[in-house]
Design a protein around this ligand. Structure first.
Ligand SMILES: [Mn+2]
Length: 457
């Protein structure tokens, strides 16, 4: 399985977060029922990298502590920042014995594929199956694969799991050409991927899709888990019926006049079973202020009994005209919500208005509270910006690695004297000591993983 996205409060809805947890639990119940030997989660177990909340952690441990089989996992783009080595929540759960987090490590730019030692490692042998894992590396994926794949040694049924997409299935960031994998078909029996939230199979490459829809566009994607059996031959089935994902309802309506009864009747005819995520697109030749959106929303809620409603407005004149109308809070709210619709902040209009009032009153404690609440709801903020920052960071790393390699080559050519070697060794020992002294368990988890790696040298 892949792309569980635990902790995703989609549309700011607590119910939606429960959906993701429920899907995860059901998938593990299925695994139990099928008496699997192990489970692989190919990335994005969690939705957020850093701001773990107690409920999400409880949801994860509640399911994982019951598992009677090993759970292999790799970190996805939602689980870890991939250009810095940081202690992640997946690392934490691995140390607690809930997960086996497979990832390579790097030593001066060289990839190291260690066997799992109960704490860290890139591959593990379970009976007659060998599993290699690689976390998400974004734009560096192909580069890391080029170093990783040649180091794979087949032993029994050999699996490679990672979190990246294959080009041609969905146009998203973080995909590679599958030819890179097919080249190693003779060494790998099964490639387990995640990242693309839609099921696909390409020869020995398997991507199960997510369990729930993380985006409205994903509702129609085939999603689920693979149950794979390998005796003499490989057989598999893609299972979807162990859980019913939340239904989405997409409705379009055109207001030719402000007739709310017609609208109500239309909804009656198009209603589902209730508790769906409703995406309603309303178009009209009327002016924006001629329609009462509060009333519209009220009717939608009465007739459809939705879990969440998202209303998208399409007016021919486009811009909202406030001429001759007073700017009551209601209208202010409409304008704001129209502006905020362009961002993926969820329903924060009320919060923004409250915030404005608190600032005017000078109640800065309330301002603090409301801002931290809003921030915790923003998940996809500055996506583009972050992407740019990441590729800049990646370029830097690649450059550093190449520079270091050059330097090492030069060194080898010249040959270093014994004294210089001793001096180099002492310098490294001092650095490790420094880190050890700086180490503070209350804040420096990333220092710790660095230390662990340095010590092994
Ligand atoms: Mn994902």
């Amino acid at each position: 399985m892949a792309d569980i996205h635990l902790g995703y409060r989609q549309y700011g809805s607590e119910e939606r977060a429960l959906d993701f947890a429920q899907a995860f639990k059901k998938a593990f119940e299925l695994a139990e029922k099928e008496r699997v030997d192990f489970v692989i989660i190919s990335g994005d177990l969690f939705h957020k990298r850093s701001e773990m909340d107690p409920i999400t952690l409880a949801q994860a441990t509640f399911v994982l502590e019951k598992a009677k089989f090993p759970v292999i996992v790799v970190e996805g783009n939602h689980d870890s920042s991939y250009f810095k080595e940081r202690y992640t929540w997946i690392d934490y759960l691995s140390q607690k014995g809930y997960l086996i987090n497979l990832k390579p490590r790097f030593d001066s730019g060289t990839i190291i594929i260690d066997e799992w030692d109960g704490d860290s490692g890139a591959y593990i042998d379970l009976k007659d199956v060998r599993i290699y894992g690689m976390k998400y590396y974004g734009a560096l994926t192909e580069r890391v694969l080029d170093e990783y794949l040649p180091k794979i040694k087949r032993d029994g049924f050999t699996i490679f799991t990672s979190h990246f997409g294959i080009e041609g299935y969905l146009n998203i960031y973080g995909c590679i050409n599958s030819a890179k994998l097919h080249k190693y078909r003779n060494k790998i029996d099964y490639v387990a991927l995640g990242h693309i939230h839609k099921k696909y199979v390409e020869d020995f490459i398997f991507n199960p899709g997510s369990l729930e829809s993380c985006d409205q566009n994903e509702f129609n994607f085939e999603k689920g888990v693979f149950i794979v059996e390998c005796d003499e031959e490989l057989s598999y089935s893609h299972v979807t019926d162990f859980y019913t994902p939340r239904k989405f309802l997409f409705i379009k309506y055109n207001f030719s006049s402000p007739n709310y009864n017609d609208f109500r009747n239309f909804l009656e005819k198009n209603r589902g079973e209730g508790k769906e995520v409703v995406h309603l697109k309303i178009s009209s030749k009327l002016k924006r202020f001629q329609l009462d959106d509060e009333k519209i929303e009220r009717i939608v809620k009465e007739v459809l009994d939705p879990l969440v409603v998202r209303i998208e407005w399409e007016f021919e004149d486009g811009i909202f005209e406030a001429k001759g109308v007073d700017l009551s809070t209601n209208i202010e709210k409409r304008v704001l919500s129209q502006i905020l619709r362009n961002f993926e902040y969820g329903e924060i209009v009320e919060d923004v208005l409250k915030l404005r009032d608190f600032i005017l009153k000078g109640d800065f404690d309330a301002v603090d509270n409301i801002i931290s609440e809003i921030i915790s709801e923003i998940t996809k903020k500055d996506k583009e910006e972050r992407r740019k920052e990441v590729s800049r960071e990646e370029e830097k790393i690649v450059k550093e690695i190449e520079e270091r390699k050059e330097l090492e080559k030069e060194k080898k050519m010249r040959g270093i004297g014994e004294e210089e070697k001793r001096w180099e060794k002492e310098k490294i020992e001092d650095e490790v000591k420094d880190i050890e002294e700086e180490w503070d368990w209350r804040r420096a988890y990333d220092q710790r993983s660095l230390l662990r790696k340095r010590k092994k040298l």
